[in-house]
Ligand binder design. Structure first.
Ligand code: NAD
Length: 351
């Protein structure tokens, strides 16, 4: 018989094409008078347009967000927060920008309104990864969970095809690991299946036409669900490996997730048959690991770590690092199996 504990995280979600138009009302609802809009340097224009929507409630923009939330960037943003008397944050961007908003919220408890422009899912989690002196540490704290998330489909239309594919696979990885999570539950599994189903239908259409708004809408819906899974339950081998590989070999975040996903699925498949059956059903394929690899290939995602710049001679060190700190996984972490996984991911062969 099943036993589980389910805890819902508080979240207000505003979803739809053009939903960013609701930003002034949401900011007013939170009674913010000096909201600072955050973005990466690449999304400066988008930040300016967003800040303009706020009129007199805007405290301007800070567009220094970077991947992996370096604390020196947060320090600079904190200075702006203090100088301008900021009382709330608006983040427009992917996981890097959301990360900066969360890092400021951790230090100040300022309310956050996040408008995601990728499928990474950080906006639905109480998790923050910060990097100081090249070392990334991850914390879980309710303080960093955004108060409002505005999913505006139109903001994702500019997401380049390559990043759409890898970001979508990054999201599917959250759902896969939620399906076999030790602390999983039936509601989380439903969200995971539905999230994967939405992406499996949307990503091939986006690969053909990046401006397909229906497909973009399905993908963003999937991102919400998969992000919710990441926020709700613990992750395992796949996320651990991506964290280690990204940090140690300076590999790009979403691309690394995309490459590792089918191989992590294959590693865990014998120990998680029910999760794999549900994943295969959501993907509409016979075999989940192979289906994930085929999906990645079909949407033009990178298939190998060598493509991402990792050297063959680094495989041994990657295996050592993956085995360094013990953590829960449905299949015990075994050197031989992990070595096989990383070798297959390095060469890009199907699982
Ligand atoms: P990102 O935020 O780094 O964005 C990648 C690049 O794409 C940036 O240059 C960005 O400006 C640009 N971009 C984003 N959306 C765009 C759009 N719609 N149009 C044009 N350009 C766009 O990438 P990401 O994969 O979303 O985030 C990765 C970071 O998020 C990593 O640091 C990762 O650790 C973190 N993350 C954290 C969590 C969490 O729960 N804490 C979850 C997922 C990811």
């Amino acid at each position: 018989m099943r036993r589980f504990v389910h805890e819902s995280l508080p979240a207000r979600v505003v979803f739809g094409a053009g939903a960013l138009a609701e930003l002034p009302a949401e900011v007013e609802r939170l009674d913010l008078r000096r909201a600072l809009t955050l973005a990466t340097p690449q999304q400066q224009e988008s930040a300016e347009r967003t800040a303009a929507l706020l009129g007199p409630r805007s405290a301007g923009v800070f567009t220094g967000a970077e991947m992996h939330t370096p604390t020196n960037v947060t320090d600079r943003a904190m200075q702006v927060v203090r100088e301008r008397g900021v009382d709330g944050l608006v983040a427009v961007g992917g996981g890097s920008t959301t990360g900066l908003a969360k890092a400021i919220a951790l230090r100040t408890d300022l309310p956050q309104v996040v408008a995601p422009t990728t499928y990474a899912g950080s906006e639905m989690t109480p998790i923050l990864g910060e990097t100081k002196d090249g070392v990334k540490t991850t914390i879980r704290d309710r303080k960093v969970l955004p108060e409002v998330v505005i999913y505006d489909v139109d903001l994702t239309l500019t997401l380049p095809s390559a990043l759409s594919a890898t970001s979508g696979l990054n999201a599917i990885a959250h759902a896969m690991e939620a399906l076999y999570a030790r602390d999983g539950d039936p509601i989380v599994s439903l969200m995971a299946e539905e999230g994967v189903r939405a992406f499996a239908l949307a990503l091939p259409r986006i690969a053909i036409d990046a401006l397909d708004r229906e497909a973009r809408s399905d993908a963003l819906y999937g991102a919400w669900l998969c992000g919710s899974c990441l926020g709700a339950v613990g992750m395992a081998l796949h996320h651990k490996l991506c964290h280690v590989l990204g940090g140690s070999f300076d590999l790009p975040h979403a691309e690394t997730h995309a490459v590792i996903l089918p191989h992590a699925a294959a590693y865990n498949a014998p120990a998680a048959p029910e999760a794999m059956a549900r994943l295969a059903g959501a993907l509409d394929v016979a075999d989940a690991p192979r289906g994930l690899w085929e999906l990645a290939k079909r949407i033009g995602a990178p298939l190998s770590l060598s493509q991402l710049g990792m050297k063959r001679e680094d495989i041994g060190r990657a295996v050592d690092l993956a085995l360094l700190n013990p953590y829960w996984n449905p299949r015990p972490i075994e050197r031989e199996g992990v070595a096989h996984l990383i070798e297959a991911a390095w060469s890009g062969s199907p699982p």
